[in-house]
Each structure stands twice: as structure tokens, then as C-alpha cells.
Design a protein around this ligand. Structure first.
Ligand SMILES: Cc1ncc(COP(=O)(O)O)c(C=O)c1O
Length: 473
């Protein structure tokens, strides 16, 4: 039993880890079973004791086995959901040094108010596309009565509408005590970090990912590791290598119209990701803020594939603009409870106002119709963009657009440096270069929904000029 039969290219300690995990998964080792002593294992595997110690350390940190004083190493009887404990260190946010500003972003932000600049950087729809709805007419007294419908998890009518929408769109039955209303998806992410992770923990994300650009991870002392993507999404082989070498505690990803690449994780890859997360008992946070902006059928959400393994985040900021800062977390009840406690401790309570407005918007009789009109308009904008992009196709590889708000353009020629991207600022063409989300310097994210016919023509004309200059540099 305790020997490696096949010769593999992976390091021996990794092979030992995989073998023990397999034994636990196929029932050869049962929860509570004791593993042989380290010295014995080293003899069986014919390796140094340090190799065995290394493998067991990894298994402990992945949560598969536990070390108990006096009784050696035993197979863990719990799972990740039970082993996490609430931990709130929001104060450290204020004691840390300010997050250093990205110089490119600083310059870009100064240009955002310049009337000559074309803003394809901002991550939301232009005002003209945001579906309209009538504000509810409440008296002050009526609003105060609505306030009574607030629970620690949020305004109950809004929670219920979200449950219904999740049930129709994702075919998952969730109850109100599995939904926590937050002030946007970013706050949702912040709460999850506080409750599920500790300073020094490692998280796997896509490479590139918009999460790199958020200061909340650095402030909480969380290490982010990017996993290469291919046409189907995050590469599972690369993710597994990372899990084995970096003690990954959580996987956070944005499988539907990913920010920044706009890409969609395939159904096959979603299933492979779930299998891997089950193998290592790693929870997944699925950020799905663009899910409702789809032109065609989309694969099932990760939450639908594995309801207890996946924590789902949604937000209204993408369809209603960022002034409605309303988002939500869908997870198992015990985790929601802990997140809600953390939210109260941090005094992150949300006034009933935006929640009543969000509820009105979602239950408006024209909502479905408005939603369909919006998707139709996005489709036309995407087609117009792709048509215009034929003029620059020799210089830029352009991603498909099947929904969401982003298209990704990759430079086809020589290596570009950060400095090269300053030409875009000089031309007042505001886009997001890939280096904001990754170590890559060859691509850019463009919010195609913010272009009118006129700005689209200007964009492609300017891009042709810039490309000529880049080719010469
Ligand atoms: C993929 C993704 N998730 C989450 C967010 C944050 O959403 P919210 O505005 O609801 O905080 C953004 C915003 O840009 C995003 O692009």
C-alpha cells in the first residue's frame, strides 16, 4: 500500500500526497484512520524522512489530515466548511500603509473628466443603456415600515426576489437564509476574505484577473496566485500544480464573461474544476456579475454544478450602474450566518433605501422586457465593434464577444513594454492594459458598450495610428 508504483515526472513528495488523497477518496483510508509514523512511511516509500514530513505538512495544510499530539497523523473527519472560523481584522486595513497607486491608472483617472477623452476603461454600462424604471413613491412612514422588513441578512422582499431569480436562471433552490445582501460584489468579496482566510493565506485566481487590481487582498495580507487560462478558461493542470505547491486555501474566479478577457469557461472545464476542488476539498468563490448579459445560452453556473462547494456572488451594479450598490452572496446557511455576523461587527449595514429601489427595479413589470432590449442593444454594439475591428485585425487579435461588457485585444507583433501603453494616454484613448491584471503587457481590455457610432470610428482611427507607431518602436 505505501509504495509508489509508477515512475512519474512530478516530485516524489507530490506523488505521496496524491496517493494519500486517492486512498482517502476511494475509501482505503477512512476518516479518523491513523497513518503510519513518519519514520515508517519513509522506510515504506524508500525516501528521506524529510520528504514524508513535507508531504504530510502539505496534507495538513490542505485539510486532508490532522496531526494530534501523542496520536500521530490521522485522516481528517471534518471538511472545509466546518473548519473555517470567523476572523475579523478590518482594523488592519487602516494601519497598513496606503496601497501604492499604479502610475498608469493615476494618469488615466485624471483624464476621465476630459471631454476629449474616450472612456472605454470604466467597468459599467454608459448611462444611456441603463434600463429605466420608475422610482417607488413611498411616504416617510411607509419607508419606516419597510425598514421593519430588514433582517441581519438584508431586506427580506429583496432576498426573496433574488432567490426566485436564482431558481429560474440557475435551477438551484435557495432559501432566504442562504442569501446575504451586501453593498455590491466587492463588499461581498471583502467579507469572504475576512471570514474564510487569514493573513498569509494563498488564493488561486485566473491570470489575468481584475482581482489583481483590487487593494482588498493586499490589505488583508492575502497572496494571490494567477492560473494560466486557455480557450476553455482556467487550466486545471496548472491549478493542481499550484494547489500542491502553494497551499491554496480558496479559488476565486469569474467564469462567465470574465473581467478582463470577456471569455467564458466551457462546460467541460467547469466540471473538471468542480472535480478538482472536491479532490482537494477547496471551496470556490464564483463571481458572476455579468451572468445576465448573455447573447446565447450559457453553461450552468458552478453553483448549479456543486451547490455546497461553491459560493456564488452576484451584483446589480452591472445592469443598473454602480449607484445601486447592491450585491449578494449565496452560500450554505452556516457560512451566511458567519458572514452576517462579520458584516454586523464591521457595521456594514445597508440602508433600506437602495434595497427598496433594487426590489422595485427587479419586480418592475417591464424588467424582463427592458433586459431583453438591453441584451439586443449590446449584441448590436458587439457586432459593430467586431466589424470595425476588421481594420486593425493585422495588428490585434480580437476576442469573441458573446455577452458581458468587455472585449480583449492582443498585440500580434513585438514585445510591448509598459511605456508603450502611454501612447494611449497621449491619444486620450482610455483602455485598461493587461498589466493592470497580470504580468502580461501585450493586451488590453476595452468596454465596447461605451462606444457610440462616432466614438467607435474615432477609436479605430486612433488605434490604427497608434498601431503604426507601436510597430515602429
Ligand atoms: C467581475 C467583477 N466582479 C465584481 C465587481 C464588483 O462589483 P460591485 O460594483 O457590485 O462591487 C466587478 C466590478 O467591476 C467585476 O468586474
Amino acid at each position: 500500500m505505501w509504495q509508489l508504483t509508477e515512475k512519474k515526472s512530478t516530485p516524489v513528495y507530490q506523488q505521496i500526497i496524491e496517493q494519500i488523497i486517492n486512498y482517502i477518496q476511494n475509501g482505503t483510508l477512512q476518516p479518523g484512520d491513523k497513518l503510519p509514523a513518519e519514520r515508517k512511511l519513509a522506510d515504506y516509500y524508500q525516501v528521506n524522512r524529510s520528504t514524508v514530513v513535507h508531504a504530510l505538512d502539505e496534507l495538513v495544510s490542505l485539510g486532508w489530515v490532522l496531526r494530534r499530539q501523542g496520536s500521530g497523523t490521522i485522516v481528517n473527519e471534518g471538511n472545509w466548511g466546518r473548519s473555517t472560523t470567523p476572523r475579523v481584522d478590518w482594523r488592519s486595513l487602516f494601519t497598513q500603509e496606503a496601497h501604492p497607486k499604479e502610475p498608469f491608472l493615476e494618469k488615466l483617472q485624471q483624464l476621465l473628466n476630459d471631454p476629449e477623452a474616450i472612456d472605454l476603461y470604466s467597468g459599467e454600462l454608459p448611462l444611456s443603456l441603463i434600463p429605466d424604471f420608475r422610482f417607488p413613491s413611498y411616504t416617510w412612514e411607509e419607508l419606516l415600515l419597510e425598514e421593519r422588513k430588514q433582517s441581519p441578512l438584508g431586506y427580506r422582499p429583496l432576498q426573496q426576489v433574488i432567490c426566485q431569480r436564482i431558481e429560474t436562471e440557475q435551477k438551484i433552490k435557495v432559501s432566504s437564509n442562504q442569501v446575504l445582501i451586501t453593498s455590491g460584489a466587492q463588499q461581498a468579496m471583502f467579507l469572504l476574505l475576512q471570514v474564510m482566510l487569514q493573513s498569509g493565506d494563498s488564493v488561486a485566481i485566473e491570470d489575468p484577473s481584475f482581482l489583481y487590481s483590487l487593494p482588498i487582498f493586499a490589505s488583508a495580507g492575502i497572496r494571490l496566485y494567477g492560473v494560466e487560462m486557455d480557450r476553455e478558461g482556467m487550466r486545471i493542470d496548472k491549478l493542481e500544480q499550484l494547489i500542491l505547491t502553494k497551499k491554496i486555501k480558496l479559488i476565486i474566479l469569474n467564469p462567465t464573461f470574465q473581467n478582463p478577457t470577456g471569455s467564458m469557461m466551457s462546460n467541460r472545464r467547469r466540471n473538471a474544476l468542480i472535480d478538482l476542488s472536491r479532490k482537494y476539498q477547496l471551496p470556490i468563490v464564483e463571481d458572476e456579475v455579468f451572468r445576465e448579459m448573455n447573447f446565447n445560452e450559457i453553461p450552468p453556473s458552478l453553483k448549479e454544478l456543486a451547490p455546497h462547494q461553491v459560493i456564488h456572488l452576484g451584483s446589480l451594479s452591472k445592469i443598473f450602474g454602480s449607484s445601486i450598490k447592491i450585491g449578494w452572496i449565496v452560500a450554505d446557511q452556516d457560512l451566511i450566518q458567519r458572514l452576517s455576523e462579520a458584516k454586523q461587527m464591521m457595521d456594514f449595514s445597508i440602508s433600506v433605501f437602495p434595497q427598496v429601489i433594487a426590489h422595485t427595479a427587479l419586480t418592475d413589470s417591464r424588467f424582463e422586457h427592458n433586459q431583453a432590449v438591453l441584451v439586443g442593444t449590446l449584441k448590436q454594439l458587439a457586432q459593430a465593434f467586431l466589424k470595425g475591428a476588421e481594420a486593425i485585425a493585422d495588428d490585434w487579435e480580437v476576442s469573441e464577444i458573446n455577452g458581458g461588457i468587455y472585449v480583449y485585444l492582443t498585440w500580434r507583433h513585438q514585445h510591448l513594454t509598459r511605456k508603450d501603453w502611454e501612447i494611449f494616454l497621449r491619444e486620450k484613448l482610455l483602455i485598461a492594459p493587461a498589466f493592470l491584471f497580470s504580468n502580461d503587457t501585450m493586451a488590453m481590455r476595452v468596454n465596447y458598450t461605451r462606444m457610440t457610432k462616432q466614438t467607435r470610428e474615432q477609436f479605430f482611427a486612433k488605434l490604427q495610428t497608434i498601431s503604426k507607431e507601436l510597430r515602429r518602436s
